[in-house]
Write a protein that binds this ligand. Structure first.
Ligand code: FAD
Length: 477
């Protein structure tokens, strides 16, 4: 009898424990991807991730077909579709790699329950995370609320298992199972097609992930600790969308870092490992706070006096706030589906503190536009910046977007790339065009208020307003 392997966000052949278990069983294998937008609580994927999913499924299907086990595509509620596939194929075993967002966990639990009642074998495996979020606990058995002790606990636990290789061949199931066409998933944008910048920036799929890892090791890892905050050139791995779609696992990264340990400085490797640790921490937070994307982690923020303002939100979304580093970030996001981490912090702080827009508005926009939009990392980081999150920085630490730009993009290379209308401004005004003398502006072809906006708010006043709002929330206004 055949074994069904469910692919979800584990779109790879190597280090895929569910697939390996199926191939070593010696039984016919039926690889399946179900586009499930119906299971209760499922958050529909945003546009950028839908684009990526299409491209990644294309690659995965090619690879599986080459191995001899073509991918079957279906759409619908996970449990219902699997029931139908079991009926059609006569399969008696279901294998999958675990997911950790609350709706997916509930869907997988229901699937396991149904399998048990129906006398089917069902087994799930690790791969997406190095540590099961439910098993990492403090000395008192509770969840961690602060990153540093969480990381210390991870770092002192057992070494992650070694990654598995990819199966060399698949004994694909030969029965008459119909697959939907990928195009019928309607994942790609139609009119207008905004995906040109994404196509230019990314190579979705397992091979793209491995290529990215290699180039990171060759060109960027040495110096990562020092350079990772600079958005002007490639200073980080850009593995996040590959990790989000499971085209590479943290086990593979860990193992590759071990191999690399002799050639890259230890401090850089350690810093990079700690970032992967943040990803684990965000999942830990989500596991213990299933409403992380909609509810303040710190409930004191329920009383925060947000000032909803559609025009301000739209200016931020479109990269037209008048602060060049903020606008460059928002345009990088729109064009490429990704934004550098330092700039994510700056734009998130600007939206929530300078513009006093609710962090959930920003979270939703990122969810739709990021190719790495992640149910744990996105809300956890938004809440962290807004001040309502776990281990959040003190509220009064409000980023000054001019100083952030001058510090991390000193020659303005990043701003010039994404805000080309400012490209000809001299370095000293690139992050504050409103301070440039008229002569410098006209020489650079900049007309404030026409070719580029005047600042949406004054930094000093916005800072005072944010601090007053925070005081009001605490009841000491
Ligand atoms: P690298 O510096 O190369 O780091 C390696 C890996 O570590 C990343 O791929 C990522 O998996 C993990 N990582 C690094 N920083 C963080 C962090 N702060 N939190 C969690 N994991 C981290 N990351 C997402 O993957 N998805 C999101 O939806 C997301 N939303 C964010 C929203 C805001 C407001 C902010 C401030 C950050 C967000 N991040 C998110 C975290 C971080 O910005 C990205 O993971 C990082 O920029 C990805 O680029 P990279 O792969 O080159 O990172």
């Amino acid at each position: 009898k055949p074994v069904i392997v469910l692919f979800r966000h584990d779109l790879r052949l190597a280090d895929n424990r569910a697939l390996s278990a199926a191939t070593t069983s010696g039984r016919p294998v039926l690889p399946v991807f179900i586009l499930d937008e119906e299971s209760r609580g499922t958050r529909p994927l945003g546009g950028a991730r839908r684009w990526w999913l299409h491209k990644s499924l294309e690659r995965l299907a090619e690879k599986l077909a080459e191995l001899g086990g073509p991918l079957t595509l279906r759409k619908g509620k996970m449990v219902e579709v699997v029931k139908a596939l079991v009926d059609e194929s006569g399969a008696d075993t279901l294998l999958w790699n675990r997911r950790y967002d609350p709706a997916s966990m509930a869907a997988d639990k229901a699937l396991k329950q149904w399998a048990r009642e129906s006398n089917l074998a069902a087994e799930s495996f690790d791969g997406h995370l190095l540590h099961e979020p439910s098993l990492v606990t403090t000395g008192n058995g509770g969840p961690y609320k602060v990153y540093t002790p969480f990381w210390r606990a991870l770092a002192s636990s057992d070494e992650p298992r070694p990654p598995l290789g990819a199966p060399r061949a698949l004994n694909g199931f030969r029965g008459p199972i119909e697959s939907m066409k990928l195009a019928a998933f309607e994942l790609l944008p139609s009119q207008p097609d905004w995906s040109g910048g994404l196509r230019a920036a990314w190579m979705p799929g397992e091979e793209g992930a491995q290529a990215r890892l290699r180039s990171f090791f060759a060109d960027t890892l040495a110096g990562y600790g020092e350079n990772r905050d600079l958005p002007g050139t490639v200073t980080t791995s850009r593995l996040s969308p590959h990790l989000a779609h499971g085209e590479i696992t943290p086990y593979q990264i860990w193992d590759a870092l071990k191999q690399e340990a002799s050639s890259a400085p230890g401090g850089d490797i350690e810093k990079f490992r700690k970032e992967i640790g943040w990803r684990e921490f965000c999942h830990h937070l989500l596991f213990h706070n299933p409403d992380l994307a909609t509810k303040n982690y710190n409930s004191a923020f329920d009383a925060f006096p947000w000032r909803p303002d559609k025009a301000r939100l739209a200016a931020w979304q479109r990269g037209r706030t008048g602060y060049p580093i903020v606008d460059a970030g928002m345009r990088e996001l729109w064009q490429t589906g990704w934004m550098h981490n330092r700039v994510r912090m700056v734009v998130a702080s600007f939206l929530t503190k300078h513009l006093l827009q609710d962090w959930r508005q920003g979270e939703v926009w990122f969810w739709d536009t990021l190719v790495d939009a992640d149910p744990a990392s996105n809300p956890a980081n938004w809440q962290w910046v807004a001040g309502s999150g776990a281990d959040a920085a003190p509220y009064f630490r409000i980023f000054n977007p001019v100083l952030q730009g001058e510090k991390f993009d000193p020659d303005g290379a990043y701003v010039r790339r994404f805000v080309p209308e400012l490209a000809k401004l001299p370095d000293r005004f690139i992050h504050k065009p409103w301070q440039a003398p008229e002569r410098a502006l006209s020489k650079a072809g900049v007309k404030l208020g026409e070719t580029y906006p005047v600042p949406a708010v004054d930094h000093g006043r916005a800072r005072e307003r944010a601090l007053a709002a925070h005081k009001e929330m605490k009841g000491d206004a």
